[in-house]
Structures are given as structure tokens and as C-alpha cells.
Design a protein around this ligand. Structure first.
Ligand SMILES: O=C(O)[C@H](CCc1ccccc1)CC1(C(=O)N[C@@H](Cc2c[nH]c3ccccc23)C(=O)O)CCCC1
Ligand SMILES: [Zn+2]
Length: 304
């Protein structure tokens, strides 16, 4: 039972090779990363197209996870490590609970499953049907979105309905953009694999994918827990305006402080404006250009 950490390698959903932190035990390599300063580990499992969780560990005989069937496993494991490192290195947060909790992912959930989710205990990813989605763990912004739900649950605890739910959604999309800096899109790497240039959501132009970008376009509905994936367009637009003005390294400090110090379960969009302003004032002063950029962003989306 020689349990040592091994520098494995794997091929991801987009066919790219990447290093993997694996674990050798009794001649088998596991997607089980013990290299982080956690009490827990980062572990990746497969549901093997069933819906039973957490499923069995993803394993390989030679530490080269390069089978097509392993691509979703590779990216879920690798990107979970990237997101762990982001919260630790950028915000000094040790896993989603700030106490080094194990980060567990399960891939190959169900059959042709065009979605992903955090179920309160772990991340779960479908393989997609190959038309609407390819394996959803293949997108860093999706993995960051899901793990940020866990952080939000342990901090602000934003109730997943109506405005607090849309805010919860927007926080996850915003940290998705903090991690996946190449653009202001969500899910573009895994959405409609046969169609280039589109995405699930756009923070810079929420209207592109049917989301409101101003309070006067707020959608009153009971569907989707009160339209949490629709009305997130409004705080998403404010986040875009803030990030494009201040840059990621300033914006992410303001957002993280608002999330962990000022937001609470029933916070609405107006409370979010106040929370972000309070965070900006703490970090840069109430007369700062950072403070006025946040104020301007929320005024532009009709939240004063
Ligand atoms: O984490 C979330 O907010 C979404 C969780 C959705 C879910 C909730 C409860 C049980 C199962 C699934 C998953 C993601 C999401 O935004 N899903 C949207 C859009 C979407 C994805 N696949 C779909 C298939 C049909 C309709 C909508 C969708 C949704 O479920 O609305 C986040 C990033 C990408 C996937
Ligand atoms: Zn979400």
C-alpha cells in the first residue's frame, strides 16, 4: 500500500494534455490529489452513466489518463485543483469551507446529461449529448461556477430563489470569469461543440442569450426558482462593468470581501450594491475611483 503522490498526466475534454496529481495504491493510480495544504483531498470519481453518487474513483493502470472515456475525469480533477489554488492563493481560503474540506467531483453522471451541479456536498458533471454540450467539466468557468456555489453556501448563504438566487448565480458566473480570464462568457468551451463562437451566457452582453441587463427588464417568473439563471444577467452586467473598469485583481478582492463579509441569505440586488460598496470602501476608501466604479456599474443596470 505504497500511497505516494504521483505526477500523472492526462488528456482533457478538448484533447489537451495536462499534469495530474494522482495517488498510487496497490499498483493502481487514482485521481486523488494529496498535494494541497488541506485536511481533505481533491478526488474525482465516475458514476459510469448511472445517477448513483459519489461513484467509484477514476483509476488508471499506468498513470496516463489518456483514454477518451477518461477526458471528463481528467478535466474535473485538474480544474478542481486550479480552482482550489485560486481561492487559496488569491483569497487565502482553504477549500470551500476554509478548513480544507475534501473537494469531490463525479463525472459521467447519467446519460447524455446536458448539465452540471453542486448538490450541497460535491460537484457532479454530465457528459452532454454531444450537440448541446460536450462533457461539462471541460470548461474551467463551469468548474469554478460550481465550486463557487459551495463557497457561497458556506459564506453569504444566498437563498437560491428570486433576487438572492439570481445573485447567487451571478457570484458563480463572476468567479467563473475571474478564473477563466479569456473572455466574459460562461460555458463557451463546452456549449454546442459543433457551433463556434456561442456560449451559455455573456456577462458583457447578457441580452445575447436572452438575459436582462437592466432592472427594468427583470423577469418575474416562478420558473427556475424565480428565474435565477435569467435575472442573473443584471448583476452579471454590473460585474462586467466593474471588472472591465477596475481589472480582475481589484474586482475579485471587492467581490470576495462582499461575499464573505457583507452579503447574507436574503440579500437582494440593492443589498449587493451596498455590500460591494462597503467592500470597496474597506479596501480602497469611500472616495476612491474603485468605489465610484462600483457605484456607476450598479447605477447603469438600474440598481441605485
Ligand atoms: O450550477 C448551476 O447553476 C446549474 C445547475 C443546474 C441544476 C440544478 C439542479 C439540478 C440539476 C441541475 C448548472 C449550470 C447552468 O447554468 N445551468 C443552467 C443552463 C443550462 C445548462 N444545461 C441546460 C439544459 C437545459 C436547460 C438549461 C440548461 C440551467 O440549469 O438552467 C452552471 C454552469 C453551466 C451549467
Ligand atoms: Zn449556478
Amino acid at each position: 500500500y505504497n500511497a505516494v503522490n504521483d505526477a500523472g498526466s492526462g488528456v482533457g475534454v478538448l484533447g489537451d494534455t495536462k499534469p495530474l496529481n494522482t495517488y498510487l495504491s496497490s499498483g493502481t493510480y487514482y485521481l486523488y490529489d494529496t498535494t494541497k495544504a488541506m485536511t481533505g483531498v481533491i478526488e474525482t470519481r465516475t458514476a459510469a452513466n448511472s445517477t448513483s453518487l459519489p461513484g467509484n474513483y477514476s483509476v488508471d493502470p499506468d498513470n496516463n489518463f489518456n483514454a477518451t472515456s477518461q477526458r471528463a475525469d481528467v478535466d474535473a480533477h485538474y480544474y478542481a485543483g486550479v480552482v482550489y489554488d485560486y481561492f487559496k492563493n488569491t483569497h487565502n481560503r482553504n477549500s470551500f469551507d476554509n478548513r480544507g474540506a475534501t473537494i469531490r467531483s463525479t463525472v459521467h453522471y447519467s446519460r447524455n446529461y446536458n448539465n452540471a451541479f453542486w448538490n450541497g456536498a460535491q460537484m457532479v458533471y454530465g457528459d452532454g449529448d454531444g450537440t448541446t454540450f460536450r462533457a461539462l467539466s471541460g470548461a474551467l468557468d463551469v468548474v469554478a461556477h460550481e465550486l463557487t456555489h459551495a463557497v457561497t453556501e458556506r459564506t453569504a448563504g444566498l437563498e437560491y430563489q428570486y433576487q438572492s438566487g439570481a445573485l447567487n448565480e451571478s457570484i458563480s458566473d463572476t468567479f467563473g470569469v475571474f478564473l477563466d480570464k479569456k473572455n466574459y462568457l460562461i460555458g463557451e468551451d463546452v456549449y454546442t461543440p459543433n457551433k463556434a463562437g456561442d456560449a451559455l451566457r455573456s456577462l458583457s452582453d447578457p441580452g445575447l442569450y436572452g438575459q436582462p441587463d437592466h432592472m427594468n427588464k427583470y423577469v418575474n417568473t416562478t420558473a427556475d426558482n424565480g428565474g435565477v439563471h435569467t435575472n442573473s444577467g443584471i448583476p452579471n452586467k454590473a460585474a462586467y462593468l466593474t471588472i472591465s473598469k477596475l481589472g480582475t485583481s481589484v474586482a475579485e478582492k471587492i467581490y470576495y470581501r462582499a461575499l464573505t463579509v457583507y452579503l447574507s441569505p436574503k440579500s437582494n440586488f440593492k443589498d449587493a450594491r451596498s455590500a460591494l460598496l462597503a467592500a470597496a470602501a474597506d479596501l480602497y476608501g469611500s472616495g476612491s475611483t474603485q468605489y465610484s466604479a462600483v457605484a456607476s456599474a450598479w447605477t447603469q443596470v438600474g440598481v441605485n
